[in-house]
Design a protein around this ligand. Sequence first.
Ligand SMILES: *Cc1c(COP(=O)(O)O)cnc(C)c1O
Length: 218
Amino acid sequence: MGIKQQLKSLKAELPENISLVAVSKTKPYIDLEHAYECGQRIFGENKIQEMTLKWESLPKDIQWHMIGHVQTNKVKYMAPYVSLIHGIDRHKLLKEINKQGAKNNRVIECLLQMHIAQEETKFGFNLEELKEVVNELKINPLPNIKIKGLMGMATFTENKDQIRKEFKILKQYFDWIQTQLTEITELSMGMSGDYSIAIEEGSTMIRVGSKIFGKRNY
Ligand SMILES: *Cc1c(COP(=O)(O)O)cnc(C)c1O
Protein backbone atom coordinates (compact mmCIF):
# COMPACT_ATOMS: atom_id res chain seq x y z
CA MET A 1 0.00 0.00 0.00
CA GLY A 2 1.18 3.54 -0.72
CA ILE A 3 1.45 6.36 1.81
CA LYS A 4 -1.90 7.89 0.88
CA GLN A 5 -3.78 4.63 1.28
CA GLN A 6 -2.05 3.80 4.56
CA LEU A 7 -2.84 7.22 5.95
CA LYS A 8 -6.47 7.11 4.83
CA SER A 9 -7.10 3.71 6.35
CA LEU A 10 -5.38 4.71 9.59
CA LYS A 11 -7.44 7.92 9.86
CA ALA A 12 -10.65 6.02 9.17
CA GLU A 13 -9.83 3.79 12.11
CA LEU A 14 -9.11 6.56 14.64
CA PRO A 15 -11.68 8.05 17.01
CA GLU A 16 -12.29 11.73 16.26
CA ASN A 17 -10.72 13.09 19.41
CA ILE A 18 -7.31 11.49 18.72
CA SER A 19 -4.61 13.67 17.13
CA LEU A 20 -2.33 11.94 14.69
CA VAL A 21 1.32 12.93 14.53
CA ALA A 22 2.73 11.56 11.27
CA VAL A 23 6.31 10.66 12.20
CA SER A 24 8.31 11.52 9.08
CA LYS A 25 11.88 11.31 10.42
CA THR A 26 14.39 10.13 7.78
CA LYS A 27 11.69 10.36 5.07
CA PRO A 28 12.10 12.52 1.94
CA TYR A 29 9.98 15.61 1.23
CA ILE A 30 7.93 13.79 -1.40
CA ASP A 31 6.60 11.38 1.24
CA LEU A 32 5.53 14.26 3.45
CA GLU A 33 3.90 15.97 0.47
CA HIS A 34 1.83 12.85 -0.18
CA ALA A 35 0.63 12.85 3.41
CA TYR A 36 -0.03 16.60 3.19
CA GLU A 37 -2.17 16.07 0.10
CA CYS A 38 -4.32 13.71 2.19
CA GLY A 39 -4.92 16.50 4.68
CA GLN A 40 -2.22 15.61 7.19
CA ARG A 41 -0.93 18.74 8.95
CA ILE A 42 0.98 17.45 11.99
CA PHE A 43 4.40 15.96 11.38
CA GLY A 44 6.86 14.58 13.94
CA GLU A 45 10.63 14.69 13.61
CA ASN A 46 13.40 13.75 16.02
CA LYS A 47 16.33 15.79 14.69
CA ILE A 48 16.22 19.56 14.83
CA GLN A 49 18.32 20.12 11.72
CA GLU A 50 16.23 17.77 9.59
CA MET A 51 12.99 19.28 10.91
CA THR A 52 14.19 22.81 10.18
CA LEU A 53 15.11 21.95 6.58
CA LYS A 54 11.67 20.41 6.09
CA TRP A 55 9.96 23.41 7.70
CA GLU A 56 11.81 25.72 5.31
CA SER A 57 10.79 23.70 2.23
CA LEU A 58 7.25 22.57 2.93
CA PRO A 59 3.92 24.45 3.30
CA LYS A 60 3.76 26.84 6.23
CA ASP A 61 0.50 25.50 7.67
CA ILE A 62 2.26 22.32 8.82
CA GLN A 63 2.59 21.95 12.58
CA TRP A 64 6.02 20.56 13.44
CA HIS A 65 6.33 18.38 16.53
CA MET A 66 9.74 17.59 17.99
CA ILE A 67 9.43 14.05 19.31
CA GLY A 68 13.10 13.23 19.92
CA HIS A 69 15.66 13.94 22.60
CA VAL A 70 16.49 17.66 22.60
CA GLN A 71 19.95 19.09 23.16
CA THR A 72 19.84 22.36 25.04
CA ASN A 73 22.13 24.20 22.62
CA LYS A 74 19.88 23.34 19.65
CA VAL A 75 16.60 24.73 21.02
CA LYS A 76 17.24 28.09 19.34
CA TYR A 77 16.97 26.57 15.86
CA MET A 78 13.40 25.34 16.30
CA ALA A 79 12.13 28.03 18.67
CA PRO A 80 10.81 30.28 15.86
CA TYR A 81 8.38 27.68 14.51
CA VAL A 82 8.05 24.44 16.53
CA SER A 83 4.46 23.66 17.43
CA LEU A 84 4.91 21.11 20.26
CA ILE A 85 8.00 19.65 21.93
CA HIS A 86 7.24 16.15 23.24
CA GLY A 87 10.52 15.11 24.83
CA ILE A 88 11.12 17.38 27.82
CA ASP A 89 13.15 15.32 30.28
CA ARG A 90 14.87 17.95 32.45
CA HIS A 91 14.03 21.26 34.02
CA LYS A 92 17.08 22.96 32.52
CA LEU A 93 15.64 22.31 29.06
CA LEU A 94 12.39 24.08 29.98
CA LYS A 95 14.38 27.12 31.07
CA GLU A 96 16.18 27.25 27.74
CA ILE A 97 12.92 26.83 25.77
CA ASN A 98 11.40 29.62 27.85
CA LYS A 99 14.37 31.86 27.04
CA GLN A 100 14.17 31.12 23.32
CA GLY A 101 10.38 31.50 23.40
CA ALA A 102 10.83 35.00 24.84
CA LYS A 103 13.38 35.91 22.15
CA ASN A 104 10.88 34.85 19.51
CA ASN A 105 8.00 36.54 21.26
CA ARG A 106 5.96 33.35 21.56
CA VAL A 107 4.77 30.72 24.01
CA ILE A 108 6.14 27.28 23.13
CA GLU A 109 3.98 24.28 23.99
CA CYS A 110 5.70 21.32 25.64
CA LEU A 111 5.02 17.82 26.94
CA LEU A 112 6.93 16.29 29.82
CA GLN A 113 8.36 12.89 28.92
CA MET A 114 7.85 10.12 31.46
CA HIS A 115 10.01 7.03 31.70
CA ILE A 116 7.57 4.12 31.74
CA ALA A 117 9.50 1.43 29.82
CA GLN A 118 11.75 -1.23 31.22
CA GLU A 119 14.60 -0.24 28.92
CA GLU A 120 17.14 2.08 30.51
CA THR A 121 17.81 3.66 27.13
CA LYS A 122 14.57 5.56 27.02
CA PHE A 123 14.54 9.08 28.41
CA GLY A 124 12.10 10.64 30.82
CA PHE A 125 11.17 11.55 34.36
CA ASN A 126 10.06 9.19 37.10
CA LEU A 127 7.13 10.24 39.32
CA GLU A 128 9.39 11.78 41.95
CA GLU A 129 11.12 13.94 39.34
CA LEU A 130 7.79 14.88 37.76
CA LYS A 131 6.60 16.18 41.12
CA GLU A 132 9.78 18.22 41.51
CA VAL A 133 9.40 19.83 38.09
CA VAL A 134 5.74 20.62 38.68
CA ASN A 135 6.59 22.21 42.03
CA GLU A 136 9.39 24.22 40.49
CA LEU A 137 6.99 25.48 37.80
CA LYS A 138 4.44 26.50 40.41
CA ILE A 139 7.06 28.47 42.35
CA ASN A 140 8.81 29.95 39.31
CA PRO A 141 6.40 30.00 36.38
CA LEU A 142 8.02 30.20 32.93
CA PRO A 143 5.82 32.57 30.91
CA ASN A 144 7.10 31.57 27.45
CA ILE A 145 6.38 27.87 27.76
CA LYS A 146 3.08 26.06 28.23
CA ILE A 147 2.98 22.51 29.56
CA LYS A 148 0.19 20.75 27.63
CA GLY A 149 0.60 17.26 29.06
CA LEU A 150 2.74 14.14 29.08
CA MET A 151 4.46 11.84 26.61
CA GLY A 152 5.84 8.34 27.03
CA MET A 153 7.08 5.28 25.17
CA ALA A 154 6.28 1.74 26.22
CA THR A 155 8.82 -1.05 26.24
CA PHE A 156 9.58 -2.46 22.78
CA THR A 157 8.05 -5.88 23.29
CA GLU A 158 5.49 -8.30 21.90
CA ASN A 159 4.00 -8.57 25.38
CA LYS A 160 0.75 -6.62 25.11
CA ASP A 161 0.00 -6.91 28.83
CA GLN A 162 3.31 -5.26 29.61
CA ILE A 163 2.60 -2.42 27.17
CA ARG A 164 -0.90 -1.93 28.56
CA LYS A 165 0.44 -1.87 32.11
CA GLU A 166 2.93 0.85 31.20
CA PHE A 167 0.29 2.94 29.43
CA LYS A 168 -2.00 2.63 32.47
CA ILE A 169 0.80 4.02 34.65
CA LEU A 170 1.33 6.93 32.25
CA LYS A 171 -2.42 7.65 32.30
CA GLN A 172 -2.30 7.80 36.10
CA TYR A 173 0.53 10.35 35.93
CA PHE A 174 -1.56 12.28 33.42
CA ASP A 175 -4.60 12.27 35.72
CA TRP A 176 -2.37 13.54 38.52
CA ILE A 177 -0.77 16.38 36.56
CA GLN A 178 -4.25 17.52 35.47
CA THR A 179 -4.98 18.21 39.13
CA GLN A 180 -1.79 20.31 39.42
CA LEU A 181 -1.57 22.54 36.34
CA THR A 182 -4.14 24.20 34.12
CA GLU A 183 -4.85 23.39 30.46
CA ILE A 184 -3.34 19.90 30.56
CA THR A 185 -5.05 18.28 27.58
CA GLU A 186 -2.56 16.05 25.76
CA LEU A 187 -1.40 12.54 26.51
CA SER A 188 1.02 11.54 23.76
CA MET A 189 1.25 7.77 23.77
CA GLY A 190 1.14 5.09 21.10
CA MET A 191 3.24 4.31 18.01
CA SER A 192 2.78 2.03 14.99
CA GLY A 193 2.99 -1.15 17.05
CA ASP A 194 0.92 -0.15 20.06
CA TYR A 195 -1.41 2.75 19.23
CA SER A 196 -4.59 0.66 19.59
CA ILE A 197 -3.70 -0.24 23.16
CA ALA A 198 -2.69 3.37 23.83
CA ILE A 199 -6.08 4.66 22.64
CA GLU A 200 -7.89 2.15 24.83
CA GLU A 201 -5.83 3.40 27.76
CA GLY A 202 -6.62 7.08 27.28
CA SER A 203 -4.18 8.49 24.73
CA THR A 204 -5.16 11.77 23.05
CA MET A 205 -2.27 11.88 20.58
CA ILE A 206 -0.50 9.07 18.75
CA ARG A 207 2.86 9.25 16.95
CA VAL A 208 2.84 6.94 13.97
CA GLY A 209 5.71 6.57 11.51
CA SER A 210 6.38 3.23 9.85
CA LYS A 211 2.71 2.29 9.57
CA ILE A 212 2.19 5.34 7.33
CA PHE A 213 5.53 5.81 5.58
CA GLY A 214 6.95 2.27 5.63
CA LYS A 215 10.13 1.00 7.21
CA ARG A 216 12.91 3.52 7.86
CA ASN A 217 16.41 3.09 6.46
CA TYR A 218 18.99 4.70 8.70
C1 LIG B 1 10.22 7.06 15.67
C2 LIG B 1 9.30 7.42 16.76
C3 LIG B 1 7.93 7.14 16.68
C4 LIG B 1 7.27 6.41 15.49
O1 LIG B 1 7.65 5.09 15.50
P1 LIG B 1 6.90 4.02 14.54
O2 LIG B 1 7.12 2.73 15.23
O3 LIG B 1 7.59 4.09 13.23
O4 LIG B 1 5.49 4.41 14.46
C5 LIG B 1 7.11 7.56 17.71
N1 LIG B 1 7.61 8.19 18.79
C6 LIG B 1 8.91 8.47 18.91
C7 LIG B 1 9.38 9.17 20.12
C8 LIG B 1 9.81 8.08 17.91
O5 LIG B 1 11.10 8.36 18.06
